[in-house]
Design a protein around this ligand. Structure first.
Ligand code: 13P
Ligand code: SF4
Length: 352
């Protein structure tokens, strides 16, 4: 939707008033009306890496979701304050693994006699508590752009990986990139005693996948891939690795949001693409490349509702509040959690 010119002007004026005191980061899934004010845009890896790029900025306004803002707080100095324009911008996947559930899972692995062989690898899309657990147990964080490197590293440290919380990214990376089979993976259900697994299953597994998923990407189906291939001959299907394994297996290319953008930038005029990721990004790409045919993989799938909570009115309110000296919606991770979460995040940033 076209942005309200009055709000655009107010955002611009507040940002100008703040000058170098503010640094605005925007995830690729953000609305156009918000992304136009981002100093840096990126996938979740790039935004984690760049969060500390402006040490002079007192405020980091994070246009994305809660776990991303937490990570930015962990990776920046205490002097810098991270702000999330709408505190209700969470992530349903991140909510699928709580600290209590993960502690219980570790007890299950301990009782099965395998905890010492297990290295936790947690997807960036997780709370700071889960990242702290990961750091404390010798593990690393990964994003969709470095999951293979994180798993390579983890399998050098131990024989098994506990992958949290996205089963699909874990399974897709294990099978597509690591040469593991589906039988090497088991699914740990935090709502069942013992994860719903037998001790024998846990002992035989190489990848223990947490039963979490993205409610947006989980809706793309094998049928949507088959439909688009029938409808658009010669189409290339490019999907995010949070999609189900059968969707990823049927796609031509798989990668993070940053990868998707680069592939389409490099694609020849006249090429045809069906993209399986969040709709704001797909629309922006279609608009940016009128010389290519870019369609959304499945028209019944919609926006990420929590990413979309950050809209222009929230951004204006945030910037104007900060410009008036009022610190709103600060995201601050407590120092004990931060210590171990940072260890895990730094292991990720140090991956080759
Ligand atoms: P990227 O790491 O590709 O930016 O994905 C983040 C995300 O939330 C996907 O749902
Ligand atoms: Fe979470 Fe999925 Fe939204 Fe990404 S797209 S923020 S994983 S719900």
């Amino acid at each position: 939707s076209p942005s309200d010119p009055d709000l655009v002007e107010r955002a611009r004026a507040a940002k100008e008033k703040l000058g170098s005191k503010v640094f605005v980061l925007g995830h690729h899934y953000q609305r156009d009306e918000v992304i136009q004010f981002a100093d840096v845009t990126g996938d979740s890896f790039k935004l984690a890496r760049d969060a500390a790029a402006r040490p002079e900025a007192e405020y980091i306004v994070f246009c994305g979701v809660h776990f991303m803002a937490e990570s930015a707080d962990i990776l920046t100095s205490d002097r810098q304050k991270v702000v999330l324009p709408d505190l209700a911008a969470g992530c349903s996947m991140a909510d699928m693994a709580t600290a209590e559930q993960v502690a219980e899972c570790w007890d299950v692995l301990t009782d099965a006699g395998i905890a010492e062989q297990v290295v936790p690898v947690s997807y960036m899309n997780s709370s700071a508590d889960i990242k702290a657990f990961t750091g404390q147990h010798g593990g690393t964080i990964c994003t969709s752009s470095n999951a293979k490197r994180a798993l390579d590293w983890a399998f050098e440290q131990g024989e098994k990986v506990l992958f949290l919380p996205d089963q699909h990214l874990g399974r897709n990376t294990a099978v597509r990139d690591m040469g593991l089979s589906l039988d090497d993976c088991v699914l740990y259900n935090p709502h069942k005693p013992g994860g719903g697994l037998t001790v024998e299953q846990l002992r035989a597994a190489k990848m223990i996948l947490w039963r979490g998923h993205c409610s947006v990407h989980g809706r793309f189906s094998l049928e949507s891939v088959e439909d688009v291939r029938a409808r658009i001959p010669g189409v290339r299907v490019l999907v995010h690795p949070e999609c189900k394994h059968e969707v990823v297996a049927a796609a031509d290319q798989v990668g993070s949001t940053e990868y998707i953008i680069k592939e389409l930038d490099a694609a020849p005029a006249g090429s045809k693409w069906a993209i399986g990721t969040e709709l704001n990004l797909v629309r922006r790409l279609a608009n940016a490349h009128p010389d290519k045919e870019i369609v959304f993989l499945d028209k019944t799938v919609c926006f990420c509702s929590t990413m979309n909570r950050i809209d222009l009115p929230h951004l204006v309110w945030t910037l104007e509040s900060l410009a008036e000296g009022s610190l709103v919606n600060r995201i601050e991770v407590d120092s004990e959690t931060e210590k171990f979460a940072k260890l895990a995040l730094e292991r990720m940033l140090a991956l080759p």
